[in-house]
Design a protein around this ligand. Structure first.
Ligand code: SAM
Length: 244
């Protein structure tokens, strides 16, 4: 997968993608992450990338020309790529795990990072998706793009060593993930549940499934409400209610 990032601050991406799994994914050739300064397509001798809004008002807007020209260059390099062009926008669709899964299947992702007050509206004609990281306003789209890229790249085949762990992650199954424990079995008066040390795989699976339902029920009733629960899961939920 190739990921192009249109930004005014390409250096911001060096550190987040310079470590751990994402770094290894880049080194192993699973992904090519390519921050591009669209300032190089700036207008006039001062390479202007922003301007005041028509009609007046506060703040500066990103001009259309630098972004259109940067997109022309990406397109010219590989005109036939299966490409998603994703605009970082607090007014966009909220990013989630399903979106990360969709993005992970594409050949080329282009993230457009805004700054200042926002974009000239015509820039939206270039994009396939307008996406928000959440209901708050950041100073620029870079941090949002980093989060979305991280969540997407870890889903690429071969990036996470144990791929079954990805399938069990919170939000991948529709439920939050169950609790985990590692050694020691007893720590400061807190012990590991006996079932996890029993070696009985069936019971362990059932305990994990139940705790996953419990955690989702307790923390994210909005998620539980969207699931088609089995009779057993419904029965567990009745149990949790009596425990409350
Ligand atoms: N005036 C804009 C508005 O009210 O929607 C906010 C502009 S914000 C200061 C500058 C840029 O940061 C945005 O154009 C966008 O690219 C990025 N940004 C800010 N918050 C974001 C969020 N929650 N998700 C994604 N991008 C965001």
């Amino acid at each position: 997968m190739k990921i192009d990032i249109l930004t005014l601050f390409p250096e911001m991406f060096e550190s987040p993608f310079g470590y751990s799994l994402i770094r290894r994914a880049i080194d192993a050739g699973h992904v090519n992450i390519n921050p591009i300064s669209f300032r190089k397509h700036g207008v006039g001798k001062h390479a202007m990338v922003d301007d005041t809004p028509y009609g007046g008002g506060a703040g500066m807007l990103l001009k259309p020309e630098p972004i259109f020209e940067a997109m022309d260059a990406i397109h010219a390099e590989n005109p036939d790529a299966n490409r998603r062009v994703i605009l970082m926008d607090p007014a966009g669709k909220p990013f989630d795990q399903n979106m990360a899964e969709e993005f992970s299947k594409e050949e080329n992702l282009v993230f457009i990072c805004g700054h200042y007050e926002g974009y000239d509206e015509r820039i939206r004609s270039l994009v396939t998706d307008e996406v928000s990281l959440g209901d708050y306003v950041l100073t620029g789209g870079e941090l949002a793009a980093m989060v979305m890229i991280d969540a997407t790249v870890r889903l690429l085949p071969g990036v996470v060593g144990n791929e079954s762990s990805i399938l069990e992650d919170s939000h991948s199954t529709g439920l939050l993930e169950h609790p985990h424990y590692t050694r020691p079995a007893e720590y400061r008066g807190m012990s590991v549940p006996d079932v996890l040390m029993s070696g009985h795989h069936g019971n362990i699976e059932e305990w994990r499934h139940k705790e996953s339902v419990r955690r989702t029920f307790e923390r994210r009733p909005d998620m539980i409400a969207t699931l088609d629960l089995s009779d057993k899961e419904l029965q567990w939920i009745e149990e949790f209610k009596t425990e409350e």
